[in-house]
Design a protein around this ligand. Structure first.
Ligand code: FA5
Length: 367
Protein backbone atom coordinates (compact mmCIF):
# COMPACT_ATOMS: atom_id res chain seq x y z
CA UNK A 1 0.00 0.00 0.00
CA UNK A 2 1.43 3.38 -1.05
CA UNK A 3 1.75 6.05 1.59
CA UNK A 4 -0.96 8.69 1.40
CA UNK A 5 -1.78 11.44 3.90
CA UNK A 6 -4.61 9.30 5.25
CA UNK A 7 -2.37 6.29 5.94
CA UNK A 8 -0.07 8.67 7.79
CA UNK A 9 -3.02 9.81 9.83
CA UNK A 10 -3.90 6.20 10.64
CA UNK A 11 -0.33 5.34 11.68
CA UNK A 12 -0.12 8.37 13.95
CA UNK A 13 -3.55 7.67 15.39
CA UNK A 14 -2.60 4.05 16.11
CA UNK A 15 0.56 5.03 17.97
CA UNK A 16 -1.19 7.73 19.99
CA UNK A 17 -4.14 5.53 20.83
CA UNK A 18 -1.90 2.69 22.06
CA UNK A 19 0.13 5.06 24.22
CA UNK A 20 -3.01 6.63 25.69
CA UNK A 21 -4.46 3.19 26.45
CA UNK A 22 -1.30 2.13 28.27
CA UNK A 23 -1.52 5.29 30.33
CA UNK A 24 -5.18 4.78 31.30
CA UNK A 25 -5.08 3.67 34.93
CA UNK A 26 -8.69 3.13 35.94
CA UNK A 27 -12.13 2.33 34.61
CA UNK A 28 -13.06 6.01 34.12
CA UNK A 29 -9.91 6.61 32.04
CA UNK A 30 -10.63 3.47 29.97
CA UNK A 31 -14.13 4.67 29.24
CA UNK A 32 -12.88 8.16 28.27
CA UNK A 33 -10.36 6.50 25.95
CA UNK A 34 -13.05 4.30 24.38
CA UNK A 35 -15.32 7.28 23.74
CA UNK A 36 -12.43 9.41 22.38
CA UNK A 37 -11.12 6.75 19.97
CA UNK A 38 -13.81 4.16 19.19
CA UNK A 39 -16.96 6.10 20.11
CA UNK A 40 -19.32 7.70 17.61
CA UNK A 41 -17.40 10.97 17.61
CA UNK A 42 -14.03 9.25 18.25
CA UNK A 43 -10.83 9.80 16.27
CA UNK A 44 -10.81 6.40 14.53
CA UNK A 45 -14.49 6.67 13.68
CA UNK A 46 -13.76 10.07 12.08
CA UNK A 47 -11.06 8.45 9.92
CA UNK A 48 -13.42 5.67 8.84
CA UNK A 49 -16.03 8.28 7.91
CA UNK A 50 -13.54 10.28 5.85
CA UNK A 51 -12.85 7.26 3.59
CA UNK A 52 -16.01 8.00 1.63
CA UNK A 53 -14.23 10.77 -0.28
CA UNK A 54 -11.37 8.53 -1.53
CA UNK A 55 -10.83 6.79 -4.88
CA UNK A 56 -12.46 3.32 -4.78
CA UNK A 57 -9.14 1.40 -4.84
CA UNK A 58 -7.47 3.50 -2.17
CA UNK A 59 -10.67 3.39 -0.16
CA UNK A 60 -10.62 -0.42 -0.14
CA UNK A 61 -6.98 -0.67 0.98
CA UNK A 62 -7.13 2.11 3.57
CA UNK A 63 -10.54 0.94 4.78
CA UNK A 64 -9.22 -2.57 5.42
CA UNK A 65 -6.26 -1.16 7.38
CA UNK A 66 -8.51 1.11 9.43
CA UNK A 67 -10.94 -1.73 10.23
CA UNK A 68 -8.03 -3.94 11.27
CA UNK A 69 -6.84 -1.21 13.57
CA UNK A 70 -10.32 -0.90 15.10
CA UNK A 71 -10.40 -4.66 15.86
CA UNK A 72 -6.91 -4.46 17.31
CA UNK A 73 -7.75 -1.49 19.53
CA UNK A 74 -10.96 -3.15 20.76
CA UNK A 75 -8.97 -6.24 21.75
CA UNK A 76 -6.32 -4.07 23.40
CA UNK A 77 -9.04 -2.28 25.40
CA UNK A 78 -10.44 -5.61 26.67
CA UNK A 79 -6.93 -6.81 27.61
CA UNK A 80 -6.14 -3.56 29.43
CA UNK A 81 -9.43 -3.70 31.34
CA UNK A 82 -8.66 -7.24 32.47
CA UNK A 83 -5.11 -6.34 33.48
CA UNK A 84 -6.31 -3.36 35.52
CA UNK A 85 -8.92 -5.55 37.24
CA UNK A 86 -6.29 -8.10 38.19
CA UNK A 87 -4.01 -5.34 39.50
CA UNK A 88 -6.83 -3.88 41.61
CA UNK A 89 -7.60 -7.31 43.06
CA UNK A 90 -3.93 -7.93 43.87
CA UNK A 91 -3.74 -4.54 45.59
CA UNK A 92 -6.79 -5.36 47.71
CA UNK A 93 -5.33 -8.71 48.72
CA UNK A 94 -1.96 -7.08 49.58
CA UNK A 95 -3.72 -4.46 51.69
CA UNK A 96 -5.62 -7.19 53.55
CA UNK A 97 -8.93 -5.75 52.35
CA UNK A 98 -9.92 -8.98 50.59
CA UNK A 99 -9.70 -12.47 52.03
CA UNK A 100 -9.62 -14.83 49.04
CA UNK A 101 -9.81 -17.85 51.36
CA UNK A 102 -13.37 -16.95 52.45
CA UNK A 103 -16.04 -19.24 50.97
CA UNK A 104 -18.07 -17.60 48.21
CA UNK A 105 -21.41 -16.00 48.92
CA UNK A 106 -24.17 -18.56 48.23
CA UNK A 107 -26.44 -17.65 45.35
CA UNK A 108 -30.08 -17.22 46.36
CA UNK A 109 -32.16 -19.86 44.64
CA UNK A 110 -35.64 -18.99 43.49
CA UNK A 111 -38.49 -21.40 44.09
CA UNK A 112 -41.90 -22.16 42.69
CA UNK A 113 -44.83 -20.39 44.31
CA UNK A 114 -46.74 -22.72 46.68
CA UNK A 115 -49.87 -22.44 44.53
CA UNK A 116 -47.86 -23.41 41.42
CA UNK A 117 -46.40 -26.37 43.33
CA UNK A 118 -49.85 -27.57 44.36
CA UNK A 119 -51.19 -27.01 40.86
CA UNK A 120 -48.45 -29.26 39.49
CA UNK A 121 -49.18 -31.99 42.05
CA UNK A 122 -52.88 -31.85 41.12
CA UNK A 123 -52.22 -31.99 37.38
CA UNK A 124 -49.76 -34.87 37.87
CA UNK A 125 -52.44 -36.82 39.73
CA UNK A 126 -54.94 -36.32 36.90
CA UNK A 127 -52.35 -37.04 34.22
CA UNK A 128 -51.76 -40.40 35.93
CA UNK A 129 -55.52 -40.99 35.71
CA UNK A 130 -55.43 -40.37 31.95
CA UNK A 131 -56.53 -36.72 31.73
CA UNK A 132 -55.10 -34.35 29.09
CA UNK A 133 -54.27 -30.81 30.25
CA UNK A 134 -55.70 -27.96 28.17
CA UNK A 135 -55.94 -24.22 28.80
CA UNK A 136 -58.42 -21.50 27.90
CA UNK A 137 -58.74 -17.70 27.90
CA UNK A 138 -58.87 -15.64 31.11
CA UNK A 139 -60.70 -12.85 29.29
CA UNK A 140 -63.96 -14.52 28.40
CA UNK A 141 -67.28 -13.79 26.77
CA UNK A 142 -70.42 -13.65 28.86
CA UNK A 143 -71.71 -16.21 26.35
CA UNK A 144 -69.28 -18.89 27.54
CA UNK A 145 -68.87 -17.86 31.19
CA UNK A 146 -72.64 -17.75 31.77
CA UNK A 147 -75.11 -18.04 28.90
CA UNK A 148 -74.06 -21.37 27.45
CA UNK A 149 -73.70 -22.79 30.96
CA UNK A 150 -77.42 -22.22 31.43
CA UNK A 151 -76.93 -19.06 33.48
CA UNK A 152 -78.86 -16.34 31.57
CA UNK A 153 -78.63 -12.67 32.56
CA UNK A 154 -81.63 -12.76 34.88
CA UNK A 155 -80.74 -16.09 36.54
CA UNK A 156 -80.28 -15.82 40.32
CA UNK A 157 -77.26 -18.17 40.10
CA UNK A 158 -75.27 -15.24 38.65
CA UNK A 159 -75.07 -13.95 42.22
CA UNK A 160 -72.75 -16.89 42.98
CA UNK A 161 -70.14 -15.35 40.71
CA UNK A 162 -69.66 -11.62 41.24
CA UNK A 163 -67.99 -10.49 38.08
CA UNK A 164 -65.28 -8.12 36.87
CA UNK A 165 -66.70 -6.74 33.60
CA UNK A 166 -64.30 -5.34 31.03
CA UNK A 167 -66.13 -2.17 30.13
CA UNK A 168 -63.37 -0.67 28.00
CA UNK A 169 -63.19 -3.67 25.65
CA UNK A 170 -66.73 -4.96 25.54
CA UNK A 171 -69.86 -3.38 26.86
CA UNK A 172 -70.79 -4.32 30.41
CA UNK A 173 -74.36 -5.56 30.46
CA UNK A 174 -76.89 -2.79 30.74
CA UNK A 175 -79.64 -4.25 32.85
CA UNK A 176 -81.72 -1.08 32.66
CA UNK A 177 -82.67 -1.66 29.02
CA UNK A 178 -85.10 -4.49 29.65
CA UNK A 179 -84.72 -8.22 29.24
CA UNK A 180 -85.71 -10.75 26.61
CA UNK A 181 -83.82 -12.00 23.54
CA UNK A 182 -82.29 -8.63 22.55
CA UNK A 183 -80.81 -8.03 26.00
CA UNK A 184 -79.53 -11.60 26.07
CA UNK A 185 -77.78 -11.22 22.73
CA UNK A 186 -76.14 -8.00 23.87
CA UNK A 187 -75.02 -9.57 27.15
CA UNK A 188 -73.62 -12.62 25.41
CA UNK A 189 -71.07 -10.42 23.61
CA UNK A 190 -69.90 -8.66 26.79
CA UNK A 191 -66.38 -9.36 27.97
CA UNK A 192 -65.39 -10.26 31.51
CA UNK A 193 -62.62 -11.87 33.52
CA UNK A 194 -63.75 -15.47 33.77
CA UNK A 195 -65.23 -16.27 37.17
CA UNK A 196 -64.51 -20.00 36.82
CA UNK A 197 -62.88 -22.47 34.42
CA UNK A 198 -66.23 -24.02 33.45
CA UNK A 199 -66.49 -22.01 30.17
CA UNK A 200 -63.81 -24.36 28.87
CA UNK A 201 -66.28 -27.23 29.12
CA UNK A 202 -68.31 -25.59 26.36
CA UNK A 203 -65.32 -24.39 24.35
CA UNK A 204 -63.76 -27.86 24.36
CA UNK A 205 -66.96 -29.75 23.52
CA UNK A 206 -67.54 -27.31 20.66
CA UNK A 207 -64.26 -28.46 19.07
CA UNK A 208 -64.03 -32.13 20.07
CA UNK A 209 -66.12 -35.27 19.93
CA UNK A 210 -66.33 -37.77 22.82
CA UNK A 211 -64.54 -39.54 24.42
CA UNK A 212 -63.25 -36.52 26.37
CA UNK A 213 -61.10 -36.56 29.50
CA UNK A 214 -59.51 -33.17 30.23
CA UNK A 215 -58.14 -31.12 33.14
CA UNK A 216 -58.18 -27.32 32.65
CA UNK A 217 -56.00 -25.27 35.00
CA UNK A 218 -56.28 -21.49 35.12
CA UNK A 219 -56.73 -18.20 36.91
CA UNK A 220 -60.24 -16.94 37.69
CA UNK A 221 -61.41 -13.62 39.11
CA UNK A 222 -64.29 -12.66 41.35
CA UNK A 223 -65.45 -9.24 42.44
CA UNK A 224 -65.90 -10.19 46.05
CA UNK A 225 -64.68 -9.24 49.52
CA UNK A 226 -61.67 -11.23 50.68
CA UNK A 227 -61.43 -13.22 53.89
CA UNK A 228 -59.43 -16.19 55.21
CA UNK A 229 -60.79 -18.53 52.52
CA UNK A 230 -61.75 -16.13 49.69
CA UNK A 231 -59.50 -14.19 47.31
CA UNK A 232 -60.54 -12.02 44.37
CA UNK A 233 -58.09 -13.93 42.17
CA UNK A 234 -58.11 -17.70 42.44
CA UNK A 235 -56.79 -20.72 40.56
CA UNK A 236 -59.10 -23.52 39.51
CA UNK A 237 -58.71 -26.88 37.83
CA UNK A 238 -61.74 -27.96 35.84
CA UNK A 239 -62.35 -31.61 34.99
CA UNK A 240 -64.52 -32.78 32.13
CA UNK A 241 -65.17 -36.40 31.22
CA UNK A 242 -67.66 -37.28 28.48
CA UNK A 243 -68.19 -40.75 27.07
CA UNK A 244 -70.76 -43.50 26.78
CA UNK A 245 -71.77 -44.84 30.17
CA UNK A 246 -70.10 -42.23 32.39
CA UNK A 247 -71.94 -42.20 35.73
CA UNK A 248 -71.96 -40.56 39.14
CA UNK A 249 -69.92 -43.54 40.37
CA UNK A 250 -67.10 -42.51 37.99
CA UNK A 251 -67.23 -38.97 39.38
CA UNK A 252 -67.10 -40.22 42.97
CA UNK A 253 -64.32 -42.72 42.26
CA UNK A 254 -62.20 -40.11 40.45
CA UNK A 255 -62.57 -37.56 43.26
CA UNK A 256 -61.88 -40.13 45.97
CA UNK A 257 -58.72 -41.29 44.21
CA UNK A 258 -57.68 -37.64 43.76
CA UNK A 259 -58.18 -36.91 47.48
CA UNK A 260 -56.22 -40.06 48.41
CA UNK A 261 -53.29 -39.02 46.21
CA UNK A 262 -53.21 -35.40 47.36
CA UNK A 263 -54.09 -35.60 51.06
CA UNK A 264 -53.31 -39.21 51.99
CA UNK A 265 -55.55 -42.05 53.07
CA UNK A 266 -56.35 -40.52 56.49
CA UNK A 267 -58.18 -37.45 55.10
CA UNK A 268 -61.95 -37.71 55.14
CA UNK A 269 -63.92 -36.42 52.16
CA UNK A 270 -67.57 -35.44 52.09
CA UNK A 271 -69.80 -35.24 49.01
CA UNK A 272 -72.94 -33.25 49.60
CA UNK A 273 -75.77 -31.89 47.49
CA UNK A 274 -75.20 -28.61 45.73
CA UNK A 275 -76.57 -26.63 42.82
CA UNK A 276 -74.88 -25.42 39.63
CA UNK A 277 -77.09 -24.72 36.60
CA UNK A 278 -74.76 -26.64 34.25
CA UNK A 279 -74.83 -29.97 36.12
CA UNK A 280 -77.61 -32.28 37.24
CA UNK A 281 -77.28 -33.52 39.91
CA UNK A 282 -74.73 -31.16 41.46
CA UNK A 283 -72.49 -31.86 44.43
CA UNK A 284 -69.69 -30.22 46.34
CA UNK A 285 -66.68 -31.94 47.81
CA UNK A 286 -65.33 -30.94 51.18
CA UNK A 287 -62.26 -32.18 53.03
CA UNK A 288 -61.93 -32.52 56.82
CA UNK A 289 -60.60 -29.37 58.52
CA UNK A 290 -56.89 -29.32 59.36
CA UNK A 291 -56.99 -26.31 61.66
CA UNK A 292 -59.36 -27.47 64.41
CA UNK A 293 -60.83 -30.75 65.70
CA UNK A 294 -63.88 -29.94 63.61
CA UNK A 295 -66.12 -28.32 66.20
CA UNK A 296 -64.53 -24.95 66.98
CA UNK A 297 -66.94 -22.15 65.98
CA UNK A 298 -64.02 -19.66 66.11
CA UNK A 299 -62.02 -21.66 63.51
CA UNK A 300 -61.26 -19.31 60.57
CA UNK A 301 -60.95 -22.24 58.14
CA UNK A 302 -64.14 -24.24 58.71
CA UNK A 303 -66.08 -21.94 61.09
CA UNK A 304 -66.85 -24.96 63.22
CA UNK A 305 -68.35 -27.06 60.43
CA UNK A 306 -65.35 -29.41 60.39
CA UNK A 307 -65.13 -29.26 56.58
CA UNK A 308 -63.47 -27.06 53.96
CA UNK A 309 -65.19 -26.98 50.58
CA UNK A 310 -62.69 -27.46 47.77
CA UNK A 311 -64.75 -28.12 44.67
CA UNK A 312 -68.08 -28.15 42.93
CA UNK A 313 -68.99 -31.03 40.63
CA UNK A 314 -71.80 -32.96 39.03
CA UNK A 315 -73.11 -34.73 35.96
CA UNK A 316 -72.96 -32.52 32.84
CA UNK A 317 -76.48 -31.24 32.13
CA UNK A 318 -78.00 -33.06 29.12
CA UNK A 319 -78.95 -29.71 27.53
CA UNK A 320 -75.28 -28.75 27.45
CA UNK A 321 -74.32 -32.05 25.83
CA UNK A 322 -77.09 -31.57 23.26
CA UNK A 323 -76.01 -27.95 22.58
CA UNK A 324 -72.54 -29.29 21.77
CA UNK A 325 -74.13 -31.50 19.12
CA UNK A 326 -73.80 -34.72 21.11
CA UNK A 327 -76.46 -37.37 21.39
CA UNK A 328 -77.40 -36.87 25.05
CA UNK A 329 -79.23 -40.21 25.03
CA UNK A 330 -75.98 -41.98 24.23
CA UNK A 331 -73.22 -40.05 25.98
CA UNK A 332 -73.07 -38.72 29.53
CA UNK A 333 -70.39 -36.83 31.39
CA UNK A 334 -69.20 -35.44 34.68
CA UNK A 335 -67.49 -32.15 35.46
CA UNK A 336 -65.78 -30.68 38.50
CA UNK A 337 -64.09 -27.39 39.36
CA UNK A 338 -61.66 -27.19 42.28
CA UNK A 339 -59.92 -24.31 44.07
CA UNK A 340 -56.15 -24.77 44.00
CA UNK A 341 -55.45 -22.22 46.77
CA UNK A 342 -57.85 -24.07 49.08
CA UNK A 343 -56.03 -27.34 48.34
CA UNK A 344 -52.65 -25.67 48.94
CA UNK A 345 -54.00 -24.43 52.30
CA UNK A 346 -54.94 -27.98 53.26
CA UNK A 347 -51.63 -29.44 52.10
CA UNK A 348 -49.53 -26.95 54.06
CA UNK A 349 -51.85 -26.08 56.97
CA UNK A 350 -52.16 -22.41 55.91
CA UNK A 351 -55.07 -20.74 57.68
CA UNK A 352 -55.37 -17.57 55.57
CA UNK A 353 -55.60 -17.63 51.77
CA UNK A 354 -54.52 -13.97 51.57
CA UNK A 355 -50.95 -15.01 52.43
CA UNK A 356 -50.47 -16.43 48.94
CA UNK A 357 -50.63 -13.13 47.07
CA UNK A 358 -49.41 -10.71 49.75
CA UNK A 359 -45.86 -11.03 48.35
CA UNK A 360 -44.31 -11.41 51.80
CA UNK A 361 -41.04 -13.24 51.23
CA UNK A 362 -40.97 -14.48 54.84
CA UNK A 363 -44.05 -16.52 53.94
CA UNK A 364 -43.04 -17.52 50.41
CA UNK A 365 -39.50 -18.69 51.35
CA UNK A 366 -40.98 -21.48 53.47
CA UNK A 367 -42.02 -23.48 50.41
C1 FA5 B 1 -67.53 -23.11 40.45
O1 FA5 B 1 -66.73 -22.23 40.18
C2 FA5 B 1 -68.02 -24.12 39.44
N1 FA5 B 1 -67.56 -23.71 38.14
C3 FA5 B 1 -67.48 -25.49 39.82
C4 FA5 B 1 -68.08 -26.60 39.03
C5 FA5 B 1 -67.43 -27.10 37.91
C6 FA5 B 1 -69.29 -27.15 39.42
C7 FA5 B 1 -67.96 -28.13 37.19
C8 FA5 B 1 -69.83 -28.21 38.70
C9 FA5 B 1 -69.16 -28.70 37.60
P1 FA5 B 1 -67.58 -22.55 43.00
O2 FA5 B 1 -67.95 -21.13 42.87
O3 FA5 B 1 -68.15 -23.29 44.16
O4 FA5 B 1 -67.97 -23.37 41.70
O5 FA5 B 1 -65.99 -22.65 43.05
C10 FA5 B 1 -65.31 -23.88 42.98
C11 FA5 B 1 -64.17 -23.90 43.97
O6 FA5 B 1 -63.32 -22.79 43.76
C12 FA5 B 1 -64.62 -23.76 45.41
O7 FA5 B 1 -64.96 -25.03 45.95
C13 FA5 B 1 -63.38 -23.22 46.07
O8 FA5 B 1 -62.45 -24.24 46.32
C14 FA5 B 1 -62.82 -22.34 44.99
N2 FA5 B 1 -63.23 -20.95 45.20
C15 FA5 B 1 -64.38 -20.36 44.88
N3 FA5 B 1 -64.38 -19.04 45.20
C16 FA5 B 1 -63.18 -18.79 45.72
C17 FA5 B 1 -62.53 -17.61 46.23
N4 FA5 B 1 -63.14 -16.44 46.23
N5 FA5 B 1 -61.27 -17.74 46.69
C18 FA5 B 1 -60.65 -18.92 46.68
N6 FA5 B 1 -61.18 -20.06 46.20
C19 FA5 B 1 -62.43 -20.01 45.74
Amino acid sequence: MTTTPITDTITTLAAEARAALDAAADEAALEAWRVGVLGRGGSLTAVLRSLAGLEPETRRAVGAAANRLRDELEAALAARREALGAQALAAQVAAGALDVTLPGRPLRRGGLHPVTQTLRVILDAFTRMGFDTVEGPEVELDEYNFERLRIPADHPARDMWDTFWLSSLGAAPDRSAGSGAAARDRDAGALLLRTHTSPMQVRYMEQHAPPIRIAVPGRCYRYEATDATHEWMLTQVELLVVDEGVSMADLKGTLQEFARQIFGAQTRVLLRNSYFPFVEPGVELAVSCFACPGDDPACVVCRGSGWLEIMGAGMVHPEILAAAGYDAERVTGFAAGMGVERIAMLRHGIDDIRNFYANDLRFLRQF
